[in-house]
Design a protein around this ligand. Structure first.
Ligand SMILES: *[C@@H]1O[C@H](CO)[C@@H](O)[C@H](O)[C@H]1NC(C)=O
Length: 111
């Protein structure tokens, strides 16, 4: 009886290990836990990410990344956020063309 018990224990541990690994892998590293409708000058923003709700994060948000790599959680649906995103899109396009050289591309990184 003892060997069988050991095998069951082994598979149990294996199962738990697998599940925990999968669970951890599915949780994005930094979720916005709250958003703040705090406007920021678009000149300071170098990048943005979108956070959808229901993918490990509880909240839909837009994450603005400043040139000094500071992350800001802002609401996903605010008109001013769309304007910042549009600005960043054209900035990124410009910086790709000039190979991320120049003062305008400070903090802008290739994706
Ligand atoms: C968020 O801020 C913008 C700009 O200040 C303002 O126009 C908008 O009404 C605000 N939205 C909310 C939900 O407070």
């Amino acid at each position: 009886m003892a060997p069988w018990g050991d095998a069951k224990l082994f598979f149990c541990i294996l199962f738990i290990t697998c599940c925990c690994t999968v669970t951890l892998a599915q949780v994005p590293m930094d979720c916005c836990l709250s958003v703040k409708n705090q406007t920021i000058s678009q000149r300071l923003v170098a990048n943005y990410h979108r956070q959808a709700s229901g993918q490990g994060c509880t909240l839909a948000a837009t994450i603005l990344v400043t040139r000094s790599d500071f992350k800001l959680c802002v609401p996903a649906g605010e008109p001013w956020v769309f304007n910042v995103m549009k600005h960043v899109d054209s900035l990124r396009k410009h910086c790709k063309k000039v190979k991320y050289q120049g003062i305008r591309c400070t903090g802008v990184k290739p994706e």
